[in-house]
Ligand binder design. Structure first.
Ligand code: GLY
Ligand code: MN
Ligand code: MN
Length: 463
């Protein structure tokens, strides 16, 4: 974790941004897997971590924006707990690590909040995403779980996103550490890739790397010869000569900063000409994005630049007729890449999206989102120095989607559907790296490249 000074400075800035009311950050509790004492690996809430730094279940942080009071709520471990967990620091000691002197038992939190509510004070909280937290907030605040979203603090969402989005130097250092884990995961996957290996063997091995160098994976690993299925978690396939393997995986540091990279390479170690042609189109889009990203650009501009490069490439191999600009304008590229070019990255692998457009209907606050322009709403996202964004173009040949578009008469005169028939079983290619926006431009995170060109991949996978 960072120093107490870092957390205190963050809380201070948040208090200034919020101005008035009580800010409540419920930390995550343990979440049972199949019986209460067999919990999933603990993952703290990222916003709690950002302001209160403590990677321990069942804590809550409170900031009174009017008085400046800051408090940590939690329960000291009892002897019965310590029998199972070993000796633990006291709540007071934990508070001191993050610059908070006022610590109270959890049972006092409800009283504190109810008193504030009775005085008509605003309680700011972020939209909850976990069932346990919804129930906890519901009982603390007396709001039905299904209505909590109506009471979320939009002010807090934007204040938190504006802060978390811009990574400080010490956060960038953490993300460089996350890169190192990702590098080890991906180069191991490449070395293991050969006909006869089961996808799961690779997924398991690289997830072991993530666990041994950090706190685990930043999301469940995608290791599949069916790269056309965007988030394919079915890793049952046996690697076959002639197919491409897509590996989208990342690690999380001990302090919960994430990496997210994708590589796609031939099982045999050698690309066919057709695979190479498609691969190099995706790589051109990936490299173009890396070249153009600079501060104050809109995400949509970058997304469209990637689409244009992909369309130019597809025209070059005869899958698109006419100009790339027309294909993009007609929406034809959504058939070949039905996802955004990238997303914010930080403590969440899709950074800040727990409180963003993926969490609920964002239309009611779209105007506010455009003004704030953080990655919680990609349609209005403006990149600023300190932003980390993934650069992950892809080309996917999804038979069901191609058939649907053709049957509906979409992109007529633009997509050459007959030529596309020859790609039905091609699969999909994605290439993903993580870009840091700097004061003057941008750079890839990492002190080295995960092999990415055809030659580099053939050298490692084909060995
Ligand atoms: N790992 C999921 C993604 O790249 O967005
Ligand atoms: Mn990814
Ligand atoms: Mn990604």
């Amino acid at each position: 974790m960072f120093s107490a000074k870092t957390y205190a400075a963050r809380r201070n800035m948040l208090r200034t941004k919020i101005g008035s009311g009580i800010v409540l950050f419920p930390g995550n509790p343990l979440s049972p897997n199949n019986y209460p004492n067999n919990a999933y690996y603990f993952r703290q809430d990222s916003s709690f971590l950002y302001y209160f730094g403590l990677n321990i279940p069942s804590l809550a942080g409170l900031i009174d924006a009017d008085t400046g009071e800051e408090a940590l709520y939690g329960d000291d471990f009892t002897v019965e707990d310590i029998i199972w967990t070993g000796p633990q620091p006291t709540l007071r000691e934990l508070g001191a690590k993050v610059g908070i002197a006022a610590t109270h038992p959890l049972s006092e939190l409800e009283k504190r909040l109810r008193k504030a509510i009775s005085l008509g004070r605003k309680i700011h909280f972020l939209p909850p995403y976990r069932g346990e937290t919804k129930l906890w907030l519901s009982s603390l605040l007396g709001i039905k779980p299904t209505l909590l979203h109506d009471y979320k603090s939009v002010d807090l969402m934007f204040a938190v996103a504006e802060m978390r989005e811009k990574k400080s130097a010490e956060e960038v250092e953490e993300m460089e550490r996350a890169f190192q884990i990702g590098y080890k995961m991906h180069t191991l996957a490449m070395k293991m890739c050969r006909p006869g290996v089961v996808e799961r063997e690779i997924a398991g091995a690289i997830e072991g790397v993530a666990k041994s160098y950090g706190s685990g994976v930043s999301f469940p690993s995608i290791v599949s010869q069916h790269g056309e299925t965007l988030h394919n978690l079915n890793a049952d396939g046996v690697l076959e000569e002639g197919r491409l393997l897509l590996c989208d995986a990342g690690g999380e540091t001990v302090d919960n900063y994430c990496s997210d990279h994708t590589r796609t390479y031939p099982v045999s170690g050698k690309f066919t000409q057709k695979q190479k042609d498609v691969y190099n189109i995706v790589l051109a889009a990936h490299d173009h994005v890396a070249d153009i990203v600079k501060p104050h650009m809109m995400y949509s501009e970058i997304h469209n630049a990637a689409y244009t490069t992909l369309a130019e490439g597809l025209a070059g191999i005869g899958l698109i007729k006419g100009s790339a600009a027309d294909a993009v304008a007609a929406g034809a590229m959504t058939m070949f890449m039905p996802h955004g070019l990238g997303h914010g990255l930080g403590m969440d692998v899709h950074d800040c999206e727990a409180m963003g457009e993926r969490s609920f209907d964002f239309s009611s606050i779209a105007q506010r989102a455009a003004k704030s322009a953080t990655c919680i709403y990609r349609a209005a996202w403006r990149l600023e120095p300190g932003t980390v964004m993934t650069d992950e173009p892809g080309l996917y040949f999804i038979p069901a989607l191609i058939d649907k578009c053709r049957a509906e008469g979409l992109y007529k005169g633009i997509v050459d559907y007959d030529a596309l028939e020859g790609y039905r079983d091609f699969g999909g290619i994605r290439i993903e790296d993580d870009i840091l926006v700097t004061e003057s431009g941008s750079r890839m995170l990492g002190d080295k490249k995960i092999p990415v060109t055809v030659e580099e991949l053939e050298a490692v996978v084909g060995r």
